[in-house]
Design a protein around this ligand. Structure first.
Ligand SMILES: Cc1ncc(COP(=O)(O)O)c(C=O)c1O
Length: 390
């Protein structure tokens, strides 16, 4: 099959590779626990599902406006007022097929071939691939465990080159769960704005932050510099709606219009029924978010209490999202030379699926997700301990 040369540049997803291996073992009748998942294990709240059923019954099943139904765009604008005190209008919002499409469209709309994107490492796997698909390339900005895997203006300054057009900031982060405080984020934003960069702030996990920690939003910076900042968010994580595919971006009206034009040629609108469900979610009560946050905090504490007793394993305390990024580089040696070997061993010997740190640009580490029940999590940790702690 003769594929385009572009396809040769795009890496397959490491998470999907692990999942395929896990499925193979499952098919052999082996009970596998997957800590490789990136979605909440809770059901979409009932009132949201009801809104979708109602949309179907009312025949709300046709094409809608490409960038989203007006009520949903207004509600997404209202989200920024509710949580961040930022005034935005519907023209500053586009409704996308997940936060993923918003990120992709932003890079397509803003990057030219030869441009570079600053990506703090470890990073979410799709950022560099999206930059590549836009003809640009990535500069990974290294961080250390001592810094909580967070970048600083000094680190960014060391990596920046004249070709850099964009900075991607993800807080709370995947894969670390790192949250930037107001002070930390402000310093980064000031540096980036001063440098004339465009900042894409991926805040998809912003509802999953565990008190007393905070994760500052860049929305207030968008209000001051609308032509240099865009915020990506969505319903997947906060409302347990991963499969519904609803995300949104806040940006300058001209940029939103460009993204809208592109979406009109690629996917058209997000599923009409999912949009009605998303509208109910954004207009509804926060109870389900609060309950989920409590459950995740309990599990976060449970994992932390366990892994902090494992010799040779270190991790920063994750303040948000639902991941732990374990640095076990001290355990590497002839017997276990790298993170891929460790993850294969965890899968084959402990029957626990995890994701190697290399996938996120950080060898010697692995990511686990705690978006599974407390019992499953306890069992998985017990099994992992047997392999990782000699
Ligand atoms: C950091 C980050 N950003 C964006 C997304 C995209 O989520 P969705 O497209 O489901 O909204 C994910 C999903 O895993 C993520 O982890």
């Amino acid at each position: 099959m003769r594929l385009s040369s572009r396809m040769g540049l795009i890496k397959p997803s490491a998470t999907l590779a692990i999942n395929a291996k896990a499925m193979e073992l499952k098919a052999k009748g082996i009970s596998i626990i997957s800590l490789a998942v990136g979605e909440p294990d809770f059901e979409t709240p009932g009132f949201i599902r009801e809104a979708a059923k109602k949309a179907i019954d009312e025949g709300f099943t046709r094409y809608t406006q490409v960038g989203g139904i007006p009520a949903l765009r207004k509600a997404a604008a209202g989200y920024f007022k509710k949580y961040h005190g930022v005034e935005a209008e519907a023209k500053n919002i586009i409704i996308t097929n997940g936060g993923k499409q918003a990120l992709y469209a932003l890079m397509q709309a803003l990057l030219n071939p030869g441009d570079k994107v600053l990506i703090p490492s470890p990073y979410w796997v799709s950022y560099p691939e999206m930059a590549t698909m836009a003809g640009a390339s990535s500069i990974f900005v290294p961080t250390t465990i001592e810094e909580g895997f967070k970048v600083t203006p000094a680190r960014l300054e060391e990596s920046v080159t004249p070709e850099v057009r964009m900075l991607v900031i993800n807080s709370p982060s995947n894969p670390v769960g790192a949250c930037y405080s107001r002070k930390e984020l402000d310093a980064i934003m000031e540096w980036a704005i001063g440098r004339g960069l465009f900042v894409v702030a991926d805040e998809i996990y912003e509802q999953l932050v565990y008190a007393p920690a905070e994760s500052a939003s860049a929305a207030t910076w968008w209000a001051r510099y609308p032509e240099q900042v865009a915020i990506v968010n969505g319903l997947s994580k906060a409302y347990c709606m991963t499969g519904w595919r609803v995300g949104f971006a806040l940006a300058d009206a001209a940029l939103i219009k460009a993204m809208d034009q592109m979406q009109g040629q690629v996917t058209s609108n997000v599923c009409s029924i999912a949009q009605r469900a998303a509208l109910a979610a954004l207009e509804g009560p926060d109870d389900s978010i609060i309950a989920m946050r409590e459950a995740f905090k309990r599990r976060r504490d449970m994992v932390l209490a366990e892994v902090s007793t494992w010799p040779g394993v270190r991790c920063p305390k994750p303040d948000g999202a639902f991941y732990f990024f374990l640095d076990f580089s001290a355990l590497l040696g002839p017997d276990c030379p790298d993170d891929n070997v460790m993850c294969t061993r965890l899968l084959e010997e402990a029957h626990v699926a995890t994701v190697p740190g290399t996938a996120f640009g950080m060898p010697g580490c692995l990511r686990i997700s705690y978006a599974v029940s407390d019992e499953t999590l306890a069992e998985a940790l017990k099994r992992m301990r047997k392999v990782m702690v000699k």
